[in-house]
Design a protein around this ligand. Sequence first.
Ligand code: VGL
Ligand code: ZN
Length: 223
Amino acid sequence: MILPPPAPMMAQSSKGFAMKPGETDVLLVIDVQNDFCPGGALAVPDGDSVVPDINRIAMSFDRCVLTQDWHPAGHSSFASSHPGRQPYSTVAMPYGEQTLWPDHCVQGTKGAEFHPGLALPRAGLVIRKGFRPAIDSYSAFFENDGRTPTGLAGYLRECGLSRIFCVGLATDFCVRYSAEDARRLGFETVVVLGACRGIDLDGSIAAGIGAMKAAGAVLVDWI
Ligand code: VGL
Ligand code: ZN
Protein backbone atom coordinates (compact mmCIF):
# COMPACT_ATOMS: atom_id res chain seq x y z
CA MET A 1 0.00 0.00 0.00
CA ILE A 2 1.36 3.40 -0.92
CA LEU A 3 0.51 6.11 1.56
CA PRO A 4 0.34 9.72 0.43
CA PRO A 5 2.83 12.03 2.11
CA PRO A 6 1.23 14.02 4.91
CA ALA A 7 0.00 17.45 3.88
CA PRO A 8 2.23 19.59 6.14
CA MET A 9 5.35 18.05 4.64
CA MET A 10 4.15 18.76 1.12
CA ALA A 11 3.49 22.36 2.06
CA GLN A 12 6.97 22.73 3.47
CA SER A 13 8.64 21.10 0.51
CA SER A 14 6.91 23.37 -1.98
CA LYS A 15 8.44 26.33 -0.12
CA GLY A 16 11.93 24.88 -0.30
CA PHE A 17 11.69 22.56 2.69
CA ALA A 18 13.15 24.79 5.35
CA MET A 19 12.79 22.56 8.37
CA LYS A 20 14.85 21.22 11.21
CA PRO A 21 15.12 17.48 11.77
CA GLY A 22 13.52 16.45 15.05
CA GLU A 23 13.61 13.48 17.42
CA THR A 24 11.52 11.20 15.20
CA ASP A 25 13.79 11.77 12.19
CA VAL A 26 16.71 9.60 11.09
CA LEU A 27 19.38 10.14 8.47
CA LEU A 28 19.91 7.04 6.32
CA VAL A 29 23.35 7.15 4.68
CA ILE A 30 23.34 4.66 1.84
CA ASP A 31 26.43 2.84 0.56
CA VAL A 32 29.04 5.62 0.76
CA GLN A 33 31.82 3.11 0.18
CA ASN A 34 35.13 3.26 -1.66
CA ASP A 35 33.99 1.03 -4.53
CA PHE A 36 31.20 3.47 -5.38
CA CYS A 37 33.60 6.42 -5.44
CA PRO A 38 36.01 7.47 -8.22
CA GLY A 39 38.77 4.86 -8.50
CA GLY A 40 36.50 2.15 -7.10
CA ALA A 41 35.24 -0.99 -8.81
CA LEU A 42 31.74 0.37 -9.47
CA ALA A 43 32.43 4.07 -9.37
CA VAL A 44 29.43 6.36 -9.35
CA PRO A 45 30.38 9.55 -11.23
CA ASP A 46 31.32 12.20 -8.66
CA GLY A 47 30.29 9.78 -5.89
CA ASP A 48 32.81 11.03 -3.35
CA SER A 49 31.53 14.59 -3.61
CA VAL A 50 28.58 13.72 -1.34
CA VAL A 51 30.85 13.10 1.64
CA PRO A 52 31.28 16.67 2.98
CA ASP A 53 27.59 17.40 2.43
CA ILE A 54 26.52 14.25 4.26
CA ASN A 55 28.85 15.09 7.16
CA ARG A 56 27.28 18.55 7.37
CA ILE A 57 23.69 17.29 7.10
CA ALA A 58 24.37 14.64 9.75
CA MET A 59 25.21 17.31 12.33
CA SER A 60 21.52 18.21 12.57
CA PHE A 61 20.32 14.64 13.20
CA ASP A 62 20.35 12.85 16.54
CA ARG A 63 20.06 9.49 14.80
CA CYS A 64 21.93 8.16 11.84
CA VAL A 65 21.99 4.72 10.19
CA LEU A 66 24.42 3.58 7.50
CA THR A 67 24.06 0.85 4.93
CA GLN A 68 27.02 -1.10 3.60
CA ASP A 69 26.93 -3.19 0.44
CA TRP A 70 28.68 -6.37 1.60
CA HIS A 71 29.07 -9.16 -0.91
CA PRO A 72 30.92 -12.46 -0.61
CA ALA A 73 33.44 -13.18 -3.39
CA GLY A 74 31.65 -14.82 -6.31
CA HIS A 75 28.32 -13.14 -5.51
CA SER A 76 25.54 -13.88 -7.99
CA SER A 77 25.16 -10.17 -8.85
CA PHE A 78 28.70 -10.13 -10.26
CA ALA A 79 29.00 -10.55 -14.05
CA SER A 80 32.14 -12.58 -13.36
CA SER A 81 29.94 -15.27 -11.76
CA HIS A 82 28.05 -15.76 -15.05
CA PRO A 83 30.43 -17.06 -17.75
CA GLY A 84 30.19 -15.05 -20.95
CA ARG A 85 28.14 -12.25 -19.39
CA GLN A 86 29.22 -8.62 -19.29
CA PRO A 87 28.72 -6.08 -16.52
CA TYR A 88 25.57 -3.97 -16.90
CA SER A 89 23.68 -6.68 -18.77
CA THR A 90 20.79 -8.39 -17.01
CA VAL A 91 19.96 -11.98 -16.10
CA ALA A 92 16.80 -13.67 -14.92
CA MET A 93 17.08 -14.71 -11.29
CA PRO A 94 14.42 -16.70 -9.41
CA TYR A 95 13.32 -13.40 -7.80
CA GLY A 96 13.24 -11.44 -11.08
CA GLU A 97 15.53 -9.56 -13.42
CA GLN A 98 18.94 -8.71 -11.98
CA THR A 99 21.53 -6.30 -13.38
CA LEU A 100 25.03 -7.77 -13.41
CA TRP A 101 27.77 -5.61 -11.93
CA PRO A 102 31.54 -5.57 -11.85
CA ASP A 103 32.84 -7.30 -8.71
CA HIS A 104 32.41 -4.71 -5.96
CA CYS A 105 32.16 -4.27 -2.19
CA VAL A 106 33.63 -7.68 -1.49
CA GLN A 107 33.60 -8.35 2.25
CA GLY A 108 36.79 -7.32 4.01
CA THR A 109 38.28 -5.42 1.05
CA LYS A 110 39.22 -1.74 0.92
CA GLY A 111 36.49 -1.23 -1.67
CA ALA A 112 33.84 -2.33 0.81
CA GLU A 113 35.01 0.11 3.48
CA PHE A 114 33.19 3.36 4.04
CA HIS A 115 34.74 6.40 2.39
CA PRO A 116 37.43 7.52 4.84
CA GLY A 117 36.11 11.09 4.86
CA LEU A 118 32.75 10.14 6.35
CA ALA A 119 32.43 11.58 9.85
CA LEU A 120 29.22 10.37 11.48
CA PRO A 121 29.67 10.25 15.25
CA ARG A 122 25.95 9.63 15.81
CA ALA A 123 25.68 6.63 13.52
CA GLY A 124 24.08 3.97 15.74
CA LEU A 125 23.62 1.13 13.28
CA VAL A 126 25.22 -0.30 10.16
CA ILE A 127 22.98 -2.47 8.03
CA ARG A 128 24.99 -4.81 5.84
CA LYS A 129 23.23 -6.11 2.78
CA GLY A 130 23.88 -8.35 -0.19
CA PHE A 131 25.74 -11.00 1.79
CA ARG A 132 23.58 -13.94 0.72
CA PRO A 133 25.32 -15.46 -2.30
CA ALA A 134 22.19 -16.07 -4.35
CA ILE A 135 20.36 -12.78 -3.88
CA ASP A 136 21.26 -9.14 -4.33
CA SER A 137 20.01 -6.41 -2.05
CA TYR A 138 19.69 -2.80 -3.13
CA SER A 139 17.21 -1.62 -0.54
CA ALA A 140 18.09 -0.95 3.08
CA PHE A 141 14.86 -2.75 4.06
CA PHE A 142 14.42 -5.80 1.82
CA GLU A 143 16.58 -7.92 -0.39
CA ASN A 144 15.81 -7.95 -4.11
CA ASP A 145 13.14 -10.61 -3.64
CA GLY A 146 11.12 -7.81 -2.07
CA ARG A 147 10.37 -9.79 1.09
CA THR A 148 13.49 -10.88 2.97
CA PRO A 149 13.85 -8.13 5.59
CA THR A 150 17.13 -6.62 6.76
CA GLY A 151 15.64 -5.74 10.15
CA LEU A 152 15.91 -1.99 9.65
CA ALA A 153 12.16 -1.37 9.86
CA GLY A 154 12.01 -3.00 13.30
CA TYR A 155 14.97 -0.96 14.55
CA LEU A 156 13.45 2.31 13.36
CA ARG A 157 10.06 1.50 14.87
CA GLU A 158 11.51 0.47 18.21
CA CYS A 159 13.49 3.72 18.32
CA GLY A 160 10.36 5.74 17.53
CA LEU A 161 11.76 6.99 14.23
CA SER A 162 9.05 7.68 11.69
CA ARG A 163 10.65 9.90 9.08
CA ILE A 164 13.68 8.91 7.05
CA PHE A 165 15.97 11.28 5.18
CA CYS A 166 17.89 9.37 2.49
CA VAL A 167 21.31 10.38 1.16
CA GLY A 168 24.14 8.52 -0.57
CA LEU A 169 24.79 6.20 -3.50
CA ALA A 170 23.41 5.37 -5.93
CA THR A 171 20.35 7.51 -6.59
CA ASP A 172 18.98 5.07 -9.18
CA PHE A 173 19.61 1.82 -7.29
CA CYS A 174 20.14 1.60 -3.55
CA VAL A 175 18.72 5.04 -2.75
CA ARG A 176 15.74 4.50 -5.03
CA TYR A 177 14.78 1.08 -3.67
CA SER A 178 15.37 2.12 -0.07
CA ALA A 179 13.08 5.12 -0.50
CA GLU A 180 10.40 3.08 -2.25
CA ASP A 181 10.46 0.42 0.45
CA ALA A 182 10.41 3.05 3.19
CA ARG A 183 7.17 4.37 1.72
CA ARG A 184 5.80 0.85 1.30
CA LEU A 185 6.41 0.33 5.02
CA GLY A 186 4.62 3.55 5.92
CA PHE A 187 7.61 5.74 6.85
CA GLU A 188 7.61 9.36 5.81
CA THR A 189 10.46 9.60 3.36
CA VAL A 190 12.57 12.50 2.18
CA VAL A 191 15.32 12.09 -0.41
CA VAL A 192 17.97 14.81 -0.36
CA LEU A 193 19.04 14.72 -3.99
CA GLY A 194 21.92 17.15 -3.55
CA ALA A 195 23.61 14.56 -1.34
CA CYS A 196 23.00 11.63 -3.74
CA ARG A 197 24.71 10.62 -6.99
CA GLY A 198 23.54 8.12 -9.60
CA ILE A 199 24.98 5.52 -11.97
CA ASP A 200 22.50 6.19 -14.83
CA LEU A 201 22.05 3.07 -16.94
CA ASP A 202 19.62 3.78 -19.80
CA GLY A 203 17.87 6.65 -18.06
CA SER A 204 17.72 4.95 -14.69
CA ILE A 205 18.19 8.20 -12.76
CA ALA A 206 15.08 9.75 -14.34
CA ALA A 207 13.18 6.49 -13.86
CA GLY A 208 14.29 6.28 -10.25
CA ILE A 209 13.25 9.84 -9.47
CA GLY A 210 9.85 9.17 -11.04
CA ALA A 211 9.42 5.97 -9.05
CA MET A 212 10.38 7.60 -5.74
CA LYS A 213 7.94 10.44 -6.33
CA ALA A 214 5.20 8.01 -7.34
CA ALA A 215 5.80 6.09 -4.11
CA GLY A 216 5.15 9.26 -2.12
CA ALA A 217 8.72 10.21 -1.20
CA VAL A 218 9.39 13.94 -0.95
CA LEU A 219 12.39 14.87 -3.10
CA VAL A 220 14.34 17.98 -2.16
CA ASP A 221 17.67 19.34 -3.32
CA TRP A 222 18.93 20.24 0.15
CA ILE A 223 17.92 20.48 3.73
C1 VGL B 1 24.48 -0.53 -5.67
C2 VGL B 1 24.67 -1.65 -7.64
C3 VGL B 1 25.11 -2.78 -6.99
C4 VGL B 1 24.13 0.75 -4.96
C5 VGL B 1 24.91 -1.65 -4.99
O1 VGL B 1 24.64 0.98 -3.85
O2 VGL B 1 23.35 1.55 -5.54
N1 VGL B 1 24.36 -0.54 -6.98
N2 VGL B 1 25.23 -2.76 -5.66
ZN1 ZN C 1 26.19 -4.43 -4.72
